[in-house]
Design a binder for this molecule. Structure first.
Ligand code: AVJ
Length: 339
């Protein structure tokens, strides 16, 4: 029997929406339905430790706020990773090889791939992102700077299994997963996810992945508690999105942003803390909050290089090369799928 993912994939294949604004952009919508978001959010709010998955941050406003986070003075990951890509892009391209079908998971504004494109020269660039309009705008912008490049944009939730909508068997495959978004997964889920990426790129396929590193706690804490309050706005936007899309009545003034490094679990945790006892309604269901009770909205795991290598090996990959900045704040790693 064909599952929902396969069915959506087949539809996208037979009827890919050809982008009128740009000849070079093909758009494949495997769209994560609103019903899925409702069910997930309601289940998360009903659990003893209330939780909402970080993928729901990225509506249009959330994607814009995330781009703003990336330029904050305290948020070192983006500029550090871009500096690493600039410095070592030629070596990375040599590892990945030319004429690949290059899949980027969580492509956002597609800014990082721009640094690599000249050296990488993929045959096809396939950005995958959950934020549909943001994905389309970014894909069009990229296609207009690189008119030779074939772009197949895929709107999908990469945290659940999906099938690439175009096969393109004659190209070697590679994957790009920057930003340390792998840190959003629990380590066991990261392992399962990497295994799926391995299946997607095949035996011998290479994955170029950004991995944030354990460091001084004050640096970590500052990166998620910026002085301008942008991370707080990003976190709180989740409640506004639920109000709008899931008929919620969260009072945004009655929750505050909290983020801290949990040393024992080696992760940043982000929470939204209720500032009073209150009841909130979402999609016709009620949820009680005590003063100080939290909704856990994100984990951002920080790794040591050896620890991440062990995880990659458990997922069937062999680490080939690691590039870091001089201060070892961040790493970009090339992994090959042993299949
Ligand atoms: C997109 C998951 C890499 O964990 O640092 C930034 C998201 N959250 N500030 C991260 C985020 C708060 C970011 N990732």
């Amino acid at each position: 029997m064909m599952n929902a993912v396969a069915r959506r994939t087949r539809d996208a294949l037979s009827d890919p929406f050809h982008d009128e604004a740009s000849d070079a952009v093909h758009f494949h919508d495997l769209h994560p339905a609103r019903a899925d978001m409702r069910a997930e959010v309601l289940a998360g709010l009903a659990s003893p430790q209330k939780r909402i998955a970080p993928k729901f941050f990225y509506d249009a406003a959330g994607s814009r706020l995330f781009d703003a986070i990336c330029t904050l003075p305290e948020y070192y990951p983006t500029r550090t990773e871009i500096a690493i890509l600039r410095e070592f892009g030629a070596e990375m391209a040599q590892r990945l090889g030319r004429d690949a079908l290059l899949v980027e998971l969580g492509s956002g504004s597609s800014l990082k791939i721009r640094v690599l494109l000249e050296a990488l020269r993929p045959a096809v660039y396939m950005p995958v992102d959950i934020s549909r309009d943001h994905l389309l705008d970014s894909a069009r912008a990229l296609a207009s700077t690189f008119p030779e490049l074939q772009v197949h944009a895929v709107c999908a939730d990469y945290s659940v299994p999906f099938v690439l909508p175009v096969e393109l068997h004659d190209h070697p495959r590679a994957a790009f997963f920057p930003g340390s978004s792998v840190g959003n997964f629990e380590p066991a889920d990261a392992e399962r996810f990497l295994r799926r990426v391995g299946e997607m790129i095949g035996r011998g396929g290479r994955l170029l992945i950004g991995v944030d590193l354990v460091k001084d706690h004050s640096v970590l804490n500052a990166a998620y508690n910026d002085a301008a309050g942008t991370t707080a706005a990003f976190n709180l936007n989740l409640l506004q999105r639920i109000n709008r899309e899931l008929d919620g009545n969260f009072d945004l003034d009655a929750f505050r942003h909290e983020a801290f490094f949990n040393d024992e679990l080696s992760r940043i945790e982000m929470h939204l803390i209720s500032t009073r006892d209150q009841q909130v309604r979402v999609s016709g269901e009620s949820f009680d909050f005590r003063e100080g009770e939290s909704i856990h909205t994100e984990c951002s795991y920080k790794y040591r290089i050896e620890g991440f290598h062990a995880l990659a090996r458990r997922a069937g990959f062999e680490p080939e090369q690691v590039w870091t900045d001089a201060d070892e704040l961040f790493s970009v790693q090339c992994l090959v799928n042993r299949g």
